[in-house]
Design a protein around this ligand. Sequence first.
Ligand SMILES: [Zn+2]
Ligand SMILES: [Zn+2]
Length: 219
Amino acid sequence: MESKISSTIEDYLGIIYILERDGEAVQGVRLAELLGVSAPTVTNTLKRMTRDGLLEMGTGGPRLTLTGLDQARTVMRRHMLAEWMLVRMLSWSKLHGEAHSMEHAISQEVEASLLLELQGKQTCPHGNPIPGHEEAVKDWVALTTLAAGAHVIIRRVHELAEDTRGVLAFLEERGIAPGVAASLLENQPVNGTVTLDVAGQPVTLGYPLARYVYGEVVG
Ligand SMILES: [Zn+2]
Ligand SMILES: [Zn+2]
C-alpha cells in the first residue's frame, strides 16, 4: 500500500531535493520565493514535514531524511515520466506545467509501465537528470561559464528555470531547446549577458537565466 502525501508536500519535497542535489542551502526565504508562498507558511509546512519524518533539522537548516529523500526521488521521477508521456502531444514549453498537475496522480503501476516504455532515458525532455542518473549531465556547462567563440549543443534547462513562469516559452520562441546547436558570440560579465548565435539569429540571455541553461561544448 502506498502512503499518500499531499501535492503541496510533494512540491516541497521536489524543490528541497533539487537544492540539496545542487549543494544549495535550503532556506525558508528561498523556498518561499520558489514556491510562491509566504515565509510563515513555509515555516509551518517544514514543521509538519519534520513531524512526519520527511525532514530533520540540522545546523545548516532542514535536510531530507532517508524517507523524505526516497519520496522526493519518486516525485521527481514521476514528474519527468509524465513529461515524456506528454511529449508527443504538447509543445516543449508546455510539458512541465502539465506534468506538474499530473505527477501527483501517477500510481506505482503507471510509473512502472512508463519506466518500461522509456527504458534508457536518463533525463527529462528539458535535460534534467532522472534521480539516480546525475552523472549523465555532469559534463554540461552553464552558458555563463563559456567564452566567445565556443560551440555548444544546448542540452539542459535547469528545473528551477522550468519552474519559472514564461521561461520555457521564452526560450522556445528564440529557438533554444535541448539538441539545438549554438555558438557564443559574446559573454559580457559587466552587463551580465550572454549572446548566442542560434540558427543565424543573435539571442541575448541575462545571467539569471543563462546560468540555468547548459550546453555540451563541441569546439
Ligand atoms: Zn519539469
Ligand atoms: Zn523537465
